[in-house]
Write a protein that binds this ligand. Structure first.
Ligand code: CDP
Ligand code: CDP
Length: 233
């Protein structure tokens, strides 16, 4: 087991990559090992998408969605239930931990994430959270836009087939009624919009370490990242 020098750790760590590449699983495990906080910024974009649907806002209405992003209150708290959640996601006072992971939210979250006003509001909050340091921040644009000065940047990749298989198994384990082909389509749809948008697209920062995890287990990826931390220390 690689144990880095805890006094020489990077101030912040950025983990980016496409959907279901293992970012939150690996980010959480690494953060726990080094005593850092972990923030999955995808939750924030999902929260905006969920709330827009809940309020009946037309997703194509850019201004309305952007106004929503300015006023939405998102809180991430320690898990209050043992139903498989890692934490509670509280949106405008209500517990919507599982509601942000439905196929309906999956279908529109990338559209919502294209809007400049939405990204501005979320990025501002994310930078504020990272100010104190000691955070592993996960997303699509953390190394490139949100925290370009992060001292360690990881870009976690895997083929769409492997990622879909992983997400499919994960969904089944949560009792969801899913079909593998739908999961593949949904990931492809999001990947395409996330990588193709003009603002803060999904891509590896120039100084990111790219990890292709197609043939790697969670344990192997975590060990690899711990090795990087040790080297850099
Ligand atoms: O967990 P999964 O990888 O399926 O997705 P997520 O990380 O929860 O992100 C959901 C969506 O939010 C992504 O497909 C992006 O459209 C958007 N997102 C973003 O634009 N920028 C981020 N920093 C994080 C997520
Ligand atoms: O956060 P992101 O959407 O990138 O992915 P995740 O939710 O952390 O991972 C999706 C699923 O893939 C989880 O069930 C992980 O346990 C699994 N996984 C895996 O089996 N092997 C890896 N190397 C990475 C993730």
């Amino acid at each position: 087991m690689c144990q880095p020098d805890l006094h020489k750790l990077p101030r912040n760590i950025a983990i980016d990559g496409p959907a279901a590449s293992g970012k939150s699983t690996i980010g959480t495990l690494v953060a726990n090992k080094i005593g850092y906080m972990c923030l999955d910024t995808g939750i924030m974009y999902r929260a905006v998408a969920f709330q827009a649907l809940k309020e009946g806002i037309d997703i194509a209405d850019k201004e309305a969605v952007e106004r929503l992003a300015e006023r939405i209150e998102i809180n991430i708290r320690p898990a209050s239930s043992k139903d498989g959640r890692q934490f509670d996601v509280i949106i405008n006072g209500g517990d919507h931990t599982w509601d942000i992971r439905t196929p309906e939210v999956n279908a529109v979250v990338s559209e919502v994430s294209v809007y400049a006003g939405v990204r501005r509001a979320m990025t501002l909050q994310q930078r504020k959270i990272a100010e104190k340091g000691r955070i592993v921040m996960i997303g699509r644009d953390i190394g490139t836009v949100v925290l370009p000065d992060a001292e360690l940047k990881i870009y976690l990749d895997a083929s769409v087939e492997v990622r879909a298989q992983r997400r499919y198994i994960e969904d089944l384990s949560h009792g969801k009624d899913v079909c593998l082909q739908d999961v593949i389509e949904s990931l492809r749809h999001r990947d395409e919009i996330d990588s193709g948008r003009a603002l803060a697209p999904l891509k590896a920062a120039e100084d990111a370490v790219v990890i292709d995890s197609d043939k790697m287990t969670v344990y192997e990826v975590v060990e690899y990242v711990m090795g990087l931390l040790k080297q850099r220390g």
